[in-house]
Design a protein. Structure first.
Length: 145
């Protein structure tokens, strides 16, 4: 199964943030991507960085996978920082992100999930969907662009 995660930050960075995730399946009949389960949330009113929001989207997905005993997700994220840190390619230099990295890394390994970078706003239906969920969470709170 494929899954996508995203985080959004508005007004400034740090700013008002949200995150989202979706689990998708591809139909063998028509090769279409169908969204099976999804979640999103507003992360405020505290101000956070975009990187924090991206990590929260991934963590929400990974925690959902643990709770529902879902293993082996192919996860796509448009944050190079999160993907490279959680794949243990890049060091985590921001101390605020260390606990998020530790948990995300452990849950990824424990679940046998893969994590890959995908270019944001490139027309991928899964990435576009989680981006929309993030924006809807911020819109619901009345936070302008």
């Amino acid at each position: 199964m494929k899954a996508y995660t995203d985080g959004a930050c508005r007004v400034s960075n740090p700013g008002q943030t949200s995150c989202a995730w979706v689990i998708a399946i591809t139909s063998n009949e028509d090769d279409m991507l169908y969204f099976k389960e999804a979640g999103s949330r507003y992360l405020g009113p505290e101000l956070h960085t975009n990187n924090y929001a991206e990590y929260q989207g991934l963590l929400d997905l990974l925690k959902y996978a643990v709770k529902h005993k879902i293993m082996g997700l192919d996860i796509y994220c448009d944050s190079k920082l999160v993907v490279n840190q959680v794949n243990d390619v890049w060091d985590v230099n921001n101390q605020e992100l260390v606990p998020l990295w530790v948990l995300a890394y452990a849950l990824r390994i424990r679940g046998g999930h893969t994590l890959q970078h995908i270019h944001g706003h490139s027309g991928d239906p899964g990435n576009e969907y989680v981006d929309r969920l993030c924006n809807e969470a911020l819109d619901k709170e009345g936070i302008g662009k």
